[in-house]
Design a protein around this ligand. Structure first.
Ligand SMILES: *Cc1c(COP(=O)(O)O)cnc(C)c1O
Length: 398
């Protein structure tokens, strides 16, 4: 694929059909069309309402701890022969970028008069964030989680309960994230009058991919200004982020779409929706999707549960198709090495998700000598320490 960094130079606002190019749209049962339309209108009003925007930015500042800082990695940068700067989303309340979206969606739910939030979760990070926002804003919260994930992530299940949420284990299908999404959508169909469905990434039927990108765009807006302030008014040569559904990546990409900056979304080799997928329809949207030869959705496999998703947000499919962003992948061994490398060299333990970005940068370093790289550190690694202990434990020595 040839990379033409000159198109597009602006962010797309999807049209009434909710498309980014051919991707996106609204592939939902008849009963959900009015709910999507109601949400689209409510978001449009809120996003253009200075009162709502002030309320949201106050919450982001006083509750989530924004703006998040930039940290230059002097040690690792020197080792790799590049200038490496991190956007520290790991320092937000609850430890990742997910709080940006759930505070926005929670406030919107209240504005719409909803009393209850529904959420799906894989590893539990979005479930914890949704439960947090619900507790803060006085909303009921129900989280759907695959039974396999409930077992694997018992600590996050307890966190959600501690925050007052109800967690329902989903026993259909492969009993993981994509089944939890199906179940959450079923609940939404049945309870749409009273309930708001908070999707965890830039995915699902229109307006979700657009709305969640707008809520996450605070990352890119801050980062552009902050980067220019420390780099003589220049923009970075590369912006790098990991891609599961793609919300942290879209958040930071959105600030640099019109810059002369390469945008890199790093996928896990076992869930490379853009890299290895073909266009298909899942969870209300058309996007690149990992499918088998019969068109069945394939299971994704990644060391990091947060990237275990066979699809990707439609805006990424669009950016890939027009050559504005690149989507390489890294394997689990490279991710483990990246995880340990950032910890050792900078004293920062990354989430396994963003260790994918570290891994790609490390691998690519010989080809980008002397360049400036801004990496989105989407979350902290505390949640992954137990898992890494079983993998790395012995090798670390005494
Ligand atoms: C959930 C999560 C991701 C993956 O979601 P995106 O929508 O692709 O950003 C990445 N990093 C962290 C820390 C997460 O919790």
């Amino acid at each position: 694929m040839t990379i033409d960094r000159t198109v597009p130079r602006e962010l797309l606002k999807p049209g009434a059909d909710g498309r980014f190019g051919e991707f996106g749209g609204r592939f939902v049962p008849e009963t959900l069309v009015p709910a999507c339309e109601e949400l689209e209108k409510a978001f449009d009003l809120a996003w253009n309402d200075s009162l709502f925007r002030t309320e949201l930015s106050d919450l982001l500042r006083e509750y989530a701890g924004r703006p998040s800082i930039l940290t230059e990695c002097h040690n690792l940068g020197r080792q790799l022969g590049i200038r490496l700067i991190l956007k520290r989303e790991d320092l937000n309340h609850t430890g990742s970028h997910k709080i940006n979206s759930v505070l926005g969606q929670g406030l919107l739910a209240k504005k719409m008069g909803k009393k209850r939030i529904i959420a799906e979760t894989g590893a539990g990070q979005h479930g914890v964030a949704a439960a947090t926002a619900a507790a803060l804003l006085g909303l009921e919260c129900k989280v759907y989680m695959g039974a396999v994930d409930v077992e694997r992530q018992s600590l996050n299940v307890f966190r959600m309960k501690l925050l007052g949420a109800e967690v329902e284990a989903v026993n259909s299908g492969s009993r993981t994230l994509k089944d939890a999404v199906n179940e959450a959508m079923r609940d939404w169909v049945a309870s749409v009058e009273s309930s708001y469905y908070a999707i965890g990434s830039v995915m699902g039927p229109h307006p979700y991919p657009f709305m969640v990108r707008q809520f996450q765009s605070v990352i890119g807006q801050e980062a552009r200004q902050q980067f220019r302030a420390i780099c003589d008014g220049k923009d970075p040569d590369l912006v790098v982020a990991c891609v599961g559904g793609g919300s942290n990546a879209m958040g930071i990409f959105s600030g640099f779409i019109d810059a002369d900056t390469r945008l890199i979304g790093v996928e896990p080799a076992g869930g490379a929706a853009v890299g290895r997928g073909v266009p298909g329809v899942v969870h209300g949207m058309k996007s690149y999707l990992m499918q088998d030869e019969h068109g069945q959705v394939q299971e994704a496999h990644s060391i990091s549960a947060g990237l275990d998703y066979p699809g990707v947000g439609p805006e990424h499919s669009y950016l890939a198709s027009v050559g504005r962003a690149e989507y390489p992948s890294v394997n689990d061994d490279e991710v483990i090495a990246g995880f340990a490398l950032l910890a050792r060299s900078e004293g920062i333990i990354p989430a396994l998700e963003c260790a994918h970005a570290v891994a790609w940068i490390t691998k690519e370093a010989p080809k980008i000598q002397g360049q400036t790289v801004l990496m989105n550190l989407s979350g902290r690694g505390d949640k992954d320490v137990a898992q890494m202990m079983t993998i790395l434990g012995e090798s670390l020595g005494k």
